[in-house]
Design a protein around this ligand. Structure first.
Ligand code: NOJ
Length: 515
């Protein structure tokens, strides 16, 4: 049960949440002079870190947990994962959560974003079996966080569908809207007295690729330009269903917020030509507008450019209807506005030019723009992650304009290396990206109320295994105790999180954009 202290925290959080819009438009303030200018974040701004169940928990078959699609894929197809790694043990946070919460408290985190493993709670995916030990685990984790003054922020779905539901077809099957609602209701009933920020889905752009491509995401089904569109259609309806359930049945008493986390690179046009600018827009609409336009735009539905292009290509392929499914007008209205804020995961920037790439048919083809990155941009251990903080500021401004001043929580941002304790690359990344964030909020007036660093600790980086490390705390995988050690970036983030200030670093305005 919630403690008196946690009730006080909730009151504070509610005040902070309602205070959020007031920060918009405040003029930026640089404190200090000379070399060490500090940039102060608005009052009530929240800093925290994020993880996901499959990446940190381990205990994949303990205490009644059912199998999920990641368990299934890593065991059936070890060759899909670098070094044949699995999340069977991962960081063993299932057993070490108290230690992990202590580390989060040492970092001065205001909140912790973690996800719930659906199959740990509902081993068969549906309500036919409720695993009390699974429910207890998250109950304990939430209470432990609140005891340490850290707000729990819960992602309901971070890519680990119960295998039993995949056997029904997974996300392309619209019946999953009902199953997801049942699962979400159980979470809200169990934890909604203490959890005040919910995220329904994490990065549907990525996990729906499991129905479009092999060996990237489970269930690893190779149906590009069909499976991904069908899966997304269900996910958007499931999101809206749960939003409305919360809004009408639970918000009046629980007083929380519910949203979705979407991810995108910032996209630069390769040149200022009208063709490249149109290619940039298509890239943003096909990668982000696909999910954001139905929820956050005034008119709702998929972006027009997407509906038109997929319909035209489908017709040319001799199909009787578009590969992109259609929402009824009632569904458009049901999805539109179904979010209290926008959860944004952002890491890097890419460049778009007009052209064709990818298999035929596929979403890449339908999009008609080709992406690349400039090889001179500083890099990380992940081939896709180049350091371009100026792109973060540009993206935040684009979102502000495109979605009418939407309120944003940055639910992930971070940098990978090979696990060095002296992680200068990560320190530089956080310094520059948090400066770009500050500029977007305080100079440009973008509405951002919270920021989460990915990730609290090194973890299972999906098909990249443990080779690409994003942690602020190092995990020693050679040691059976999986010892955690703070990296140098932990010191930096602790000072940013506790002082709510970042040392000023100029965001470069000149950069090359050739591929
Ligand atoms: C986004 C995903 O949500 C997270 O699971 C992943 O580890 C990070 N990006 C880094 O790739």
């Amino acid at each position: 049960m919630a403690t008196a202290k946690s009730h006080l925290l909730l009151v504070w959080l509610l005040l902070a949440a309602t205070a959020t819009p007031a920060v918009v438009g405040e003029k930026g303030r640089d404190d200090g002079d000379g070399e060490n200018v500090k940039r102060t974040f608005p009052a009530g701004f929240m800093f925290g870190t994020a993880t996901a169940a499959y990446q940190v928990e381990g205990a994949w078959n303990e205490d009644g947990k059912g199998e999920n699609i990641w368990d299934h894929m890593v065991h059936e197809h070890p060759e899909y994962i670098r070094d044949n790694a699995t999340g069977d043990i991962a960081d063993d946070s299932y057993h070490k959560y108290e230690e992990d919460v202590r580390l989060l408290a040492e970092l001065g985190s205001d909140f912790y974003r973690f996800s719930i493993s659906w199959a740990r709670i509902l081993p068969k995916g549906d309500l036919s079996q409720i695993n009390q030990l699974g429910l207890n685990y998250y109950d304990n984790l939430i209470n432990e966080l609140l005891d340490k003054g850290i707000e729990p922020l819960v992602t309901m779905y971070h890519w680990d569908l119960p295998q039993a539901l995949q056997e029904l077809g997974g996300w392309p099957n619209p019946i999953l809207v009902d199953y997801f609602e049942d699962y979400a209701r159980l979470l809200i009933e169990s934890y909604g007295d203490r959890v005040k920020h919910w995220i329904t889905f994490n990065e549907p752009l990525e996990f729906t690729m499991g129905y479009a491509k092999e060996a990237y995401m489970p269930p690893s089904i190779n149906k590009p330009g069909v499976g991904d569109y069908l899966a997304t259609h269900t996910v958007l309806l499931a999101h809206a269903r749960v939003y409305h359930m919360y809004d009408t049945e639970y918000r009046p008493t629980q007083q929380g917020n519910i949203s979705i986390t979407l991810n995108t690179d910032w996209v630069e046009p390769a040149s200022d030509s009208p063709e490249d600018i149109a290619a940039q827009d298509r890239m943003l609409q096909f990668n982000f507008g696909w999910f954001a336009h139905p929820i956050f735009s005034e008119e709702g539905d998929y972006p027009q450019v997407m509906r038109e292009r997929v319909a035209a290509n489908s017709e040319a392929e001799g199909l009787p209807r578009s590969r992109l499914p259609t929402f009824t007008p009632e569904e458009v209205a049901f999805i539109r506005g179904s979010s209290d804020f926008l959860g944004l995961n952002h890491y890097t920037t890419s460049i778009a030019t007009s052209g064709e790439e990818g298999p035929n048919p596929s979403r890449d083809r339908d999009r008609g723009s080709v992406g690349c990155q400039d090889p001179t941009w500083p890099t990380s251990a992940s081939s896709w992650l180049k350091v371009a903080p100026w792109g973060f500021r540009k993206l935040l401004n684009w979102l502000h304009k495109e979605y009418n001043g939407v309120t944003i929580m940055v639910t992930e941002n971070g940098f990978s290396d090979s696990g060095e304790l002296n992680d200068a690359g990560r320190e530089n990344y956080y310094k520059t990206y948090i400066n770009a964030l500050w500029e977007a909020i305080m100079i440009d007036g973008v509405n951002v109320f919270a920021y989460a660093a990915w990730s609290a600790l090194d973890n299972f980086e999906w098909t990249r295994g443990y080779a690409e490390r994003f942690g602020i705390y190092h995990v020693n995988y050679d040691d059976p105790n999986l010892t955690r050690t703070p990296k140098s970036s932990a010191q930096l983030l602790k000072s940013i999180f506790t002082e709510k200030m970042v040392e000023k670093v100029e965001t470069p305005s000149e950069y090359s954009r050739s591929c």
